[in-house]
Design a protein around this ligand. Structure first.
Ligand code: NAD
Ligand code: GLY
Length: 370
């Protein structure tokens, strides 16, 4: 088992991320050993409950009573109504300020349970047990919690770090292939922005080899979480450097919004967004051609190639400028100066990104326009 420690200086708070295969029962037993409340509040969804009906019985220590709330599956339920449902559940079950919420699921369950935990009685502890690759390398650590508003994704939220995060790769066995690739986007992202060794490690293998090689999977998830942990330690509230985690996200969010969240998973949009951001960096003269090509061919090998309906400049600019990464000074765009070296560029205009988009789609790009 591997452990990462995250130290947050702002609040003088620290927690651990445990990573391994079939570790959940052992880690939970240790975690709850001195827990006097003897009741925990498990939040999961219908898909996880169907796949792991014995979850509470098999991994939660015998002396602890598990109260379980099963949410409907899907991003469309990441909203205020579901938060109310969680709070109602906690009230009805007489949870108190010492209670612990266990979020067992992907990023949707983690974000919404974390947010409910941040609000209930002004904040109670929650443990993340992320079960998708995306949540294991990204949303399960770092403390961003939240829900969607009809005006935008993750528009309502709070920073609330978990009590602990337990990454058990055995859950990835049941994850659909498409979700695995979407999570891989964030895994490789951490290599591209900060860890050239991680990128190299993954670049030597294909996805099937990664899935089949438990040690490699654990090692790369560990390295990926290390990158995120160190960035979050440096800048928990995203005043500056944490923004490098948004590499590929400006263009990715544009694609998700433009296609109405119907055509692409978040990670798929991020794969194309990273390809675009690498192209942008090449065009600006920050990234050399050899590095661009290594990244580009790796992203191409993931088999994500999309065609979107024709887009006008006005629509592009409107969507890009509504993004959270836009301010009066312009867009905070994350580019590259090398593999493992992300850099934040402030004041990039939507106009200049549009010019790059025009040349990008003429290239051997992952994105085509009808
Ligand atoms: P998700 O939670 O919707 O999970 C994807 C699908 O996989 C769901 O149908 C889920 O039920 C299913 N699933 C989960 N675990 C499974 C397993 N082990 N086996 C089989 N099926 C399983 O999506 P996600 O990609 O995990 O997370 C996306 C969410 O995370 C978005 O809402 C996004 O905004 C959020 N996010 C948050 C952060 C953050 O820092 N808080 C970072 C990135 C993304
Ligand atoms: N997923 C980006 C972040 O946590 O900041």
């Amino acid at each position: 088992m591997k452990t990462i420690q995250i130290d947050l200086h702002r609040t003088n708070y620290r927690y651990q991320v445990k990573i391994g295969n079939r570790i959940l029962s052992e880690v939970l037993t240790e975690l709850l050993f001195n827990y006097t409340e003897k009741r925990i509040f498990v939040i999961t969804n219908s898909t996880l409950h169907a796949l792991y009906p014995e979850f509470s019985k098999t991994v939660i220590p015998k002396d602890i009573q598990a109260e379980c709330l099963i949410l409907p599956d899907g991003e469309q339920h990441k909203n205020l109504e579901t938060v109310t449902q969680i709070i109602d559940f906690l009230v009805e079950k007489k949870a108190n300020r010492q209670s612990i919420v266990i979020a067992f699921g992907g990023g949707v369950v983690g974000d919404i349970s974390g947010f409910a935990a941040s609000a209930f009685m002004r904040g109670i502890s929650y443990v993340q047990i992320p079960t998708t690759l995306l949540s294991q390398v990204d949303s399960g650590i770092g403390g961003k919690t939240g829900i969607n508003h009809k005006a935008g994704k993750n528009l309502i939220g709070a920073f609330k770090q978990p009590y602990q995060t337990i990454i058990d790769v055995s859950f990835l066995k049941t994850l659909p292939e498409r979700e695995f690739i979407a999570g891989y986007a964030e895994l490789i992202k951490h290599g591209i922005i900060r860890d050239p060794y991680l990128f190299q490690l993954l670049n030597q293998k294909n996805l099937q080899e990664l899935k089949a090689d438990e040690d490699l999977l654990i090692d790369s998830i560990f390295r990926s979480c290390e990158v995120k942990a160190r960035v979050v330690e440096e800048d928990e509230m995203e005043a500056s450097q944490r923004a490098i985690l948004n590499f590929g996200h400006t263009f990715g969010h544009f694609l998700e919004t433009y296609t109405n969240y119907q055509q692409l998973l978040h990670g798929e949009a991020v794969i194309i967004g990273m390809d675009f951001a690498s192209w942008w960096s090449l065009q600006q003269g920050f990234l050399d051609k050899a590095d661009f090509e290594i990244i580009h061919y790796h992203l191409c090998s993931l088999g994500i190639s999309k065609t979107i309906p024709e887009v006008t400049k006005e629509t592009f600019i409107r969507i890009v400028e509504y993004d959270k990464k836009f301010s009066r000074e312009g867009i905070r765009f994350v580019g590259l100066t090398g593999i493992g070296q992300a850099r934040i560029f402030d004041g990039v205009t939507a106009d200049s990104l549009w010019d790059n988009l025009l040349t990008y789609i003429q290239s051997d790009a992952l994105l085509k326009i009808d």
